[in-house]
Each structure stands twice: as structure tokens, then as C-alpha cells.
Write a protein that binds this ligand. Structure first.
Ligand code: PGA
Length: 267
């Protein structure tokens, strides 16, 4: 069957870094300077909330997307410390990361929370990047597929097929995040193919073939090409390596190379 070509996306999750807006601006400028025309590889960066507006000004006119790392599902009201989808859109965001494992496991975020956020994000025309992934104990107990299937089902509940291609999924095995221990390309491909099969059951094969599925967890310049070369790995959600412009740019270059190979193979 002909392979559907999905535009690769490389997203940098800056987490609670860097400490100052000046440093964030420098990092964004360095990424911008090196990224080149981003038509073949979509790129997004996710600074901390307080740096979003400043980075939006920096990115003005650039094809680099601006992502938030979280949001609340309610449109407004008495939710101390929270940020709405409309606020993110007003701050210039194009994407929002939802259900990152550091929120699921560190802060008790549930699939139902992620699902409410998904619908609010889509209503505000933000592209949600929905994270799923198993812990080490779950993988060792051979529960990876069950865990990922449950997270997908809960997080994407009520998602209509026509909106699904506007959603990005990020498979991030928890044991690979920030550990330097990435999933092997084979492990990543296996779960990505499983995710696409699950999406296909729910949304139909044609729609599932259009959904971009990222891999995240210790993606570095030296493992990016092999991971991104896998048929169902459409890009990466990059944490640590996105804080060094040279490393992040090397990962973007690897995505470009992998996409060219995939285009060649699809001909
Ligand atoms: P890492 O983080 O690249 O530092 O492992 C990935 C993530 O948390 O999205």
C-alpha cells in the first residue's frame, strides 16, 4: 500500500527552562537563524507560559510554531493559576502540549482531564500534541499496549474524524524521558504502528494515515535519524536537546533527511 506522507514535526519542549526571558529569546533566535525554510519540516517550540508573548514577538514572520506546555479546559473563571486556550491563542500559540507524563505522573492529570483540554484546544484552533506512554514497570509487565490504548481512548474520547488530522499524538515512554535511554527504533516503530492501528479502528484508515505521531524520550542528534526513519515515526518531541540550538537544529536536519528518504521510498 502506498505510504501516506505526513509532514514531519519537530517540537521542542523547554519545560521549566531557561530561567530568564532574555535567555529564552536568545535560544529562540538561534533556532530561527538555523532553521531555514521550514516548509518540509514543521518546527515548534514550547517555552514557559511567562515567556510565550516575548517569544511570539521574536518568531514574528517565521514559520516556527509556538506551543504552550499545558492549559486549562475552562474558557475563563475562578481557576487560580490556570491559563485558558483563548489566552494561549491571544499570546500567539499555534500548538499546546497536553497530558505530558510529567503532568500525568507528577501532578495527577488524568485521561479525562486531557480529553477536556483536547476539546477546548480544538475549539480555540490550537493544535493539541497529546502525550501517551508507559512507565518502565508497565513495559516490564508487558502492559505497554494496554496502557497506550487506554490513554488514547480516554484522551481522544469524542474526537470526530474530521478534526483528527489536526491532532498530533506524541508517544513518550516515561522511562525514556530525560534518562538518556531512548526507545530503540524498533520499539518506537512497534508502538507507533499500534497507535495508528488504534486510530484506524476509531477513525478509519484514511484519517489515521493523516495523523502525525511523534516520538519523545531522549531524542538526540545521534539517534534522531534512525528513530525518524521509522515508517510511523513522523517527528519528535524533544526535551533536553531542544535547549541547545545546535542539537535541536541537528534533529531538524535529521527529520529533513528522513522525510526525503520516505518521499523517495513512496515514489
Ligand atoms: P527528553 O524529554 O528529550 O529530555 O527526554 C522529552 C519530553 O519530555 O518531551
Amino acid at each position: 500500500m502506498a505510504q501516506t506522507l505526513r509532514p514531519p514535526l519537530i517540537a521542542g519542549n523547554w519545560k521549566m527552562n531557561p530561567a530568564t526571558a532574555d535567555e529564552a529569546e536568545t535560544l529562540a533566535k538561534d533556532v530561527m537563524a538555523g532553521v531555514g525554510p521550514a516548509a518540509d519540516v514543521h518546527v515548534a517550540i514550547a517555552p514557559a507560559f511567562v515567556h510565550l508573548q516575548r517569544i511570539d514577538l521574536v518568531l514574528d514572520g517565521s514559520p516556527i510554531g509556538l506551543a504552550a506546555q499545558n492549559m486549562h479546559w475552562m474558557p475563563s473563571g475562578a481557576y487560580t493559576g490556570e491559563i485558558s486556550a483563548a489566552m494561549l491563542q491571544d499570546a500567539g500559540c499555534t500548538h499546546v502540549i497536553l497530558g505530558h507524563s510529567e503532568r500525568r505522573h507528577g501532578l495527577g492529570e488524568t485521561d479525562a482531564d486531557v480529553n477536556r483540554k483536547l476539546h477546548a484546544a480544538l475549539a480555540a484552533k490550537l493544535i493539541p500534541i497529546v502525550c501517551v506512554g508507559e512507565t518502565r514497570a508497565e513495559r516490564e509487565a508487558d502492559h505497554t499496549r494496554d496502557v497506550v490504548a487506554t490513554q488514547l481512548e480516554g484522551s481522544l474520547a469524542g474526537l470526530e474524524a474530521d478534526l483528527a488530522p489536526g491532532v498530533v499524538i506524541a508517544y513518550e515512554p516515561v522511562w525514556a524521558i530525560g534518562t538518556g535511554l531512548n526507545a530503540t527504533p524498533e520499539q518506537a516503530q512497534e508502538v507507533h504502528a499500534f497507535i495508528r492501528a488504534k486510530l484506524s479502528e476509531r477513525l478509519g484508515a484514511a484519517t489515521a494515515a493523516r495523523v502525525v505521531v511523534l516520538y519523545g524520550g531522549s531524542v538526540k542528534p545521534d539517534n534522531a535519524l534512525e528513530l525518524l526513519g521509522q515508517a510511523d515515526v513522523d517527528g519528535a518531541l524533544v526535551g533536553g536537546a531542544s535547549l541547545k540550538a545546535a542539537d535541536f537544529l541537528a534533529i531538524i536536519a535529521a527529520a529533513r533527511t528522513a522525510a526525503a528518504h520516505k518521499r523517495g521510498a513512496a515514489r
